[in-house]
Design a protein around this ligand. Structure first.
Ligand code: SF4
Length: 368
């Protein structure tokens, strides 16, 4: 997108008009409304552009389970640490590097002498394997559909024999279902992540809307995109209709990227898995199919979980509640005290998509 187009989606006059429309809609709805977005990039836009200050009284927009690094479970980090300590080169995205496992992060493992490299893509991890033919290179693969599809493309294209993937990839729709069903979470509509929908297509959400009778709008990441998504959701709520809408048509189609989806589902299948601090979620973890077992790190290495429990401070972390929409970062007693980006206790303070890190960076309070 050109910078002119970008500025078009940051137009203050349009933002004011949308804010006025939100005010009118909330007056018509006449009861509190809670919306959930499912993406750290939405939270970044909301915080960076101060969008919560434009929301009328009674309208709350909370972050859900939209930070893939934050929902990566501690035992998955432990597995990556275990293979690094067995001599493999572990390559992972920068956001994962300092995420705490039960006892160690990958950064701790590197400080203790393990070989851990930060990469920007799965293909960079493959390059690492090609550069080190005598070493095992393990790509600790995290992220939702947006990164699972490129990981799958790598595995489908005959990577080097010394390369394998430790999949911690997650699949978002089942997590939305679990959050929608939580008795203590009362969500009136979802703002779905535009980038994941570029892969999956927005049609994926049709069964959810039908079953849960909640509106979903797929939204982009510029401030006008977010405000428009919120406005469209309020229109559905006012009309008492559980609709599905694509408010990000410049990138998202109903079908998504069919070739990427075909590759992703040829390599991965879903299984039940624990999302850190949230719940065991059926069908929300992506594991490598038997056909690609030769490249599955779990088949090559002993990935026994670490013994011993986590640090007592870690047990006070409420990151899971934050990602389930039950709490805000400043309700955590450790927020900006014992837990800071320089000394993170939980994953939500590590990742640039983690709510705690975002709130820390933008002043620490929702009314920024
Ligand atoms: Fe967890 Fe730190 Fe966030 Fe508290 S502030 S919920 S300890 S990540």
């Amino acid at each position: 997108m050109s910078s002119d187009q970008t500025l078009q989606f940051r137009n203050p006059d349009q933002a004011d008009q949308l804010a006025e429309r939100l005010e009118t809609l909330m007056a018509d709805i006449d009861e509190p409304v809670t919306l959930m977005h499912v993406c750290g990039s939405h939270e970044q836009a909301i915080a960076k552009f101060g969008l919560r200050s434009l929301l009328p009284d009674g309208l709350s927009v909370r972050m859900g389970p939209g930070c893939p690094v934050c929902v990566t479970n501690m035992p998955e980090v432990d597995e990556a640490v275990a293979v690094a300590e067995q001599g493999a080169i572990v390559a992972t995205y920068g956001d994962m590097f300092r995420v705490p496992g039960t006892q160690k992060s990958l950064a701790d493992a590197r400080a203790d002498g393990a070989d851990v490299e930060v990469v920007y893509s799965a293909s960079e991890a493959v390059e690492l394997a090609a550069e080190h033919p005598d070493r095992e290179v393990v790509f600790f693969a995290t992220g939702f559909e947006t990164t699972a599809a490129p990981t799958a493309a790598i595995l489908a294209n005959d990577p080097p024999e010394n390369f394998s993937v430790l999949s911690a990839h997650k699949y978002v729709p089942p997590a939305m279902e679990v959050v929608a069903e939580m008795p203590d979470v009362d969500i009136d509509g979802f703002l779905a992540a535009g980038h994941a929908a570029t892969i999956t297509g927005y049609g994926l959400f049709e069964p959810f809307v039908e079953e849960f009778e909640l509106p979903i709008v797929v939204g982009g990441f510029e401030p006008i995109d977010v405000l428009l998504g919120v406005e469209r959701l309020l229109e559905y709520i006012k009309a008492d209709v559980a609709g599905l809408e694509n408010a990000y048509p410049r990138c998202v189609s109903k079908e998504g990227n069919e070739q990427a989806l075909e590759t992703m589902w040829s390599v991965f299948e879903t299984t039940s898995g624990e999302w850190r601090g949230i719940a065991e979620i059926p069908g929300a973890n992506l594991v490598i199919r038997d056909e690609y077992a030769a490249y599955d790190t779990r088949e090559r290495f002993d990935v026994e979980p670490a013994s011993g429990g986590p640090d007592p401070l870690t047990e006070q972390c409420i990151c899971g509640d934050i990602m389930a929409g039950k709490a805000d970062p400043d309700e955590c007693e450790l927020f900006d005290e014992e837990c800071t980006p320089g000394n993170p206790v939980g994953a939500c303070m590590v990742s640039s998509e983690g709510t705690c890190k975002i709130w820390h960076e933008y002043g620490g309070h929702p009314d920024f």
